[in-house]
Design a protein around this ligand. Structure first.
Ligand SMILES: Cc1ncc(COP(=O)(O)O)c(C=O)c1O
Length: 386
């Protein structure tokens, strides 16, 4: 069930001692995209219908789209290969005629990690705003929105991300942003790749968040654990248009039912456990804090931006955890790292990390003080920002 990376051929050599095999079991906490599909998922994939989704006639896919749309308080959904595609489609459907622009949080995935897709797909320029608080607010939008219809690329869409770096956008703030976008005539898109986490941690239903936005993208292949996919939700005409544009992007797929069925399995079997993942994340964080480490952001869901400055060398600590517990964490920066938990990181792994860290800090703390404040971007796995 857990992230097993076995050397080719090892699994079939029954004479190998368990101790030997254990060296090849890894627990990847670089991202919640690291979850691996389970045998149970492959089993249920056989139950799926096998019709064509370009034409929208595959019943399992349609069922998944209806289910997620309903959960998010919307009329219709579109199953796509990735969160990048559902974000880009969600924005594209609201961007009709350049010149136009999208106002985003400067730290957002849409701004940093989608290959400049807004320029490519929508001919839109991007207003990247560093919020004054934890998330974009009405005053941030008022200050930076482009209204100049003669020389500006007027703001057409505002995009928020929830969760963003594991932190939850407060509902009253989202409500205020919604109110403002309605009065100003902006569309509101939410990158809700991890909206599951926001909802599980806050107790606020997904639909309460979802109904406040014109379009929402939500990922199936992050904490939810599905092998592939993301869903865009909106009203039916908008989703019809998104389906057309998905084909244009080369994202029209044929027999998608098996993948949809695996995602439905995850909705039934993984989603109810999000609270446990958040409790484990808190336990890990409290343990690390007790050992003298810091965090760059509040720990609200499944992410810890751990700061080891003045305590240990992060790279040496990561190497120690890898060697002794098979824990894989990002070590692209020697001071901070983003640790991400998911349902395939069980309690005993958290215990092991904390026990080993205690030993490591006793042996190798304290690292030389480093006064330079790290940029949070350096806490992302550099080769694969997720
Ligand atoms: C917040 C956020 N949005 C969107 C995406 C894009 O998802 P995908 O990797 O499926 O394209 C990611 C990917 O990690 C993400 O973290």
């Amino acid at each position: 069930m857990f992230s097993r990376i076995l050397k080719p051929g090892l699994a079939t050599q029954s004479h190998l001692a368990t101790a030997t095999l254990k060296r090849y079991i890894t627990y990847d906490i670089t991202s919640d995209t690291a979850t691996q599909p389970t045998d149970a998922m492959f089993d249920v994939m056989k139950e799926a219908t096998k019709a064509d989704d370009v034409f929208g006639i595959d019943e399992t896919t349609n069922q998944l789209e209806r289910q997620v749309a309903q959960l998010l308080g919307h009329e219709a959904g579109l199953f796509c290969a990735s969160g990048t595609m559902t974000n880009q489609l969600g924005l594209r459907v609201s961007l009709h005629q350049p010149p136009h622009s999208v106002l985003v949080d400067s730290r957002s995935h849409v701004n940093l990690y989608e290959c400049g897709g807004l320029a490519y797909h929508s001919q839109a320029s991007v207003t990247a705003v560093e919020p004054t608080g934890s998330h974009l607010s009405v005053s941030d939008i008022q200050r930076h929105a482009i209204r100049d219809e003669l020389c500006g690329a007027v703001t057409s869409v505002v995009a928020v991300e929830n969760t963003l770096n594991g932190t939850i956008m407060p509902l009253p703030q989202l409500e205020a942003v919604r109110e403002h976008t309605l009065t100003q005539g902006y569309k509101l898109h939410m990158d809700g790749a991890r909206l599951w986490d926001a909802s599980a941690a806050s107790g606020i239903p997904l639909a309460t968040y979802g109904r406040l936005c014109d379009t929402v993208s939500i990922c199936l292949s992050k904490g939810l654990g599905a092998p592939i996919g993301s869903i865009l939700v909106s009203d039916a005409p908008t989703i019809r248009r998104a389906r057309h544009l998905r084909k244009l992007m080369g994202g029209g797929w044929r027999q998608s039912g098996g993948l949809a069925r695996a995602a439905m399995y995850c909705l039934d079997n993984v989603l109810p456990g999000f609270g446990d993942t958040h409790r484990r994340t808190q336990r890990l964080w409290k343990g690390l804090e007790a050992l003298g480490m810091g965090a760059l952001l509040p720990v609200e869901t499944n992410m810890i931006f751990v700061d080891t400055r003045g305590k240990v060398s992060l790279r040496a600590w990561a190497a120690y955890l890898k060697e002794h517990a098979g824990v894989v964490m990002d070590d692209s920066d020697d001071r901070i790292a983003r640790l991400v938990l998911h349902y395939q990181i069980p309690d005993h792994v958290v215990d092991r990390i904390l026990d080993l860290t205690q030993v490591f800090v006793q042996k190798h703390g304290t690292a030389p003080a480093d006064d330079q404040a790290p940029d949070i971007k350096s806490a992302y796995p550099s080769a694969k920002p997720q």
